[in-house]
Design a protein around this ligand. Sequence first.
Ligand code: TYM
Length: 337
Amino acid sequence: MSDKKIIFSGIQPSGSLTLGNYLGALKNFVNLQEEYNCYYCVVDMHAITVPKEPKELRKNTLQVLANYIAVGLDPDKSTLFIQSHVPAHAELAWILNCFTYFGELGRMTQFKDKSKKNEGNITVGLFDYPVLMVADILLYQADLVPVGEDQRQHLEITRDIAQRFNNRFSPTFTVPEPYIPKVGAKIMSLQDPTIKMSKSDTNENSFILLSDSPDDIRRKFKRAVTDSLGVVAINEEQLGIKNLLGIYTKITGEKIEDIVSRYEGKGYAEFKSDVADLVIEELKPIREKSEYLLKNKDYLEEIYAKGAQKAENAARKTLRKVQKKVGFIPKTFKIQQ
Ligand code: TYM
């Protein structure tokens, strides 16, 4: 048994990932894999909470898996798998539904936002989305969950439900901590720096995708909304520039003050063009490696099959414990194949 602490995180396969997904979550996954026992999941069951074309979902699921490997996640070190391959996620989610209050889920801001966008088409799955996420995390007894700022509330409800279950029965779940980076936890839209960068935005210039070509990236940064002050500085009046500085520092690791002083007396055009170059250089190997991996479907299958087996073993242990605590009679038969 490894005594390493456990990490769980997931990303939805709902189209090509954005620079926000990458800087807020994915990039951090890689840094954590040496020190922790990591489970990184492609959450396809979450993706169908809003309408999805089956063909697109299949393609995007493999794409996120390819992105995981392309950014440097090592399948021998981290467990990479697809959520729907481990049925314990759905099974635990059902049990936890019975320990979650209607009012709690109604307060989730992501549900409120998404249901505004899908008015007239709000499924029970969309409402219940956070409970499935709680099950994802608690099944693996995760200590830490690396996510962007927009998932903070979902981590709070995870902690609440874990504590509620532990208090009602006896200690069963590890109560996880969110791991939200100081820089890059909320990359903003390039067209409106008051809202987060999101691939569901109708304006394509507002987000950078991992699959964007260098020309697309350059064009989108050139058009990024800034202000009329013309001075590269960090403050709450220049949110567009603040967002670009966040991207810059997250990629280079340089201090914001050092970056700001380098652009003293220089205009926005040069700054934007440099940010674009940095992003192009950062994403190029990821795009190329992902494209290469997507041509090797057998290799991807090997990874997700092995990952699901490892995940299944860990998940079953927790699920069995939970089933026993709530009073289900243990199964003594084997299913005939
Ligand atoms: P998802 O797929 O929307 O996003 C994946 C990760 O990217 C982060 N993120 C951002 N970070 C910074 N700036 C942005 N503009 C930005 N946009 C997205 C998200 O915070 C997330 O970390 N519910 C989750 C998926 C999930 C999950 C889980 C995560 C399902 N089960 C269990 C952790 C643990 C989601 O929809 O993320």
